[in-house]
Design a protein around this ligand. Structure first.
Ligand code: CA
Length: 241
């Protein structure tokens, strides 16, 4: 994990000018930054550097960003922010269960990228106190909904006693819903809470991550037990059985 610094970011980008630009912006925001230019280097660097956030280009020499993400996910729970150049890459991020947390499309503003990294870092470094919770509510609360237990202190999820492994983003979304049972949370609201208010990513990302959460919980898509879709609005955690 992190030391006294604001946090560690590994930037993987083969366009050297862009890599330098991103590095400079992140360093100016106080992050400890390491850069590498190829996919194979990136996997090694994640092991050795232990970043909180991995900024990962898709088009790389050797193994591409998709494959790097897959390999990194096998041993690291760092946040992954993918850089995409084309729409079909976005489709692929959305379609594949790679475990990427967010993406930005090139060309992007370095400021926007820094805002996204900062939002991820806040989630990586602290157990998030969802913005909708009253201030006096303890952060490390345990939410029990039926057989589902969401423990924000230990960031563990159990269903009927069995441990469920979620990515950070998946956990944060589930925790938001579980913290406000029977209340509808809009996609936009979930985005603001989990990704950060400055983020302009599209609402669809919420659907993608929650679809994975549902799969992991073994939800019946036609008749979900816990996470209900509220058509045209968002989601609701349902407590009734
Ligand atoms: Ca590239």
């Amino acid at each position: 994990m992190t030391d006294a610094s604001v946090g560690r970011v590994l930037v993987v980008e083969d366009e050297r000018d862009l890599a330098r630009l991103v590095r400079d912006y992140l360093q100016n925001s106080g992050f400890q930054v390491q850069v590498c230019h190829a996919g194979s280097e990136a996997v090694v660097a994640v092991r050795e550097f232990g970043p909180d956030v991995l900024v990962l280009d898709i088009g790389l020499p050797g193994i591409d960003g998709f494959e790097v993400c897959r390999q990194v996910r096998a041993f690291s729970r760092c946040h992954v922010l993918m850089l995409t150049a084309r729409d079909d890459e976005v489709d692929k991020i959305v379609g594949l269960s790679l475990g990427a947390d967010d993406y930005v499309t090139k060309p992007f503003s370095p400021r926007e990228l820094v805002a996204r990294v900062q939002a991820m870092m806040r989630r990586a470094r602290t157990v998030p106190a969802p913005a909708h919770q009253p201030a006096d509510e303890p952060v490390d609360s345990v939410h029990e909904v039926g057989e589902l237990v969401v423990d924000e202190g230990s960031r563990q999820v159990r269903l009927a006693g069995a441990s469920i492994t979620l990515t950070k983003t998946e956990f944060d979304l589930l925790a938001c819903l579980a913290a406000s049972p029977d209340r509808v949370l809009s996609r936009r609201r979930l985005l603001e809470i989990v990704w950060g208010e400055s983020v302009t990513t599209d609402d669809h990302l919420v659907d993608v991550h929650l679809a994975r959460v549902r799969r992991k919980l073994g939800e019946d898509a036609a008749n979900p037990r816990y996470i209900h879709t509220v058509r045209g609005i968002g989601y609701r955690m349902v407590t009734g059985t």
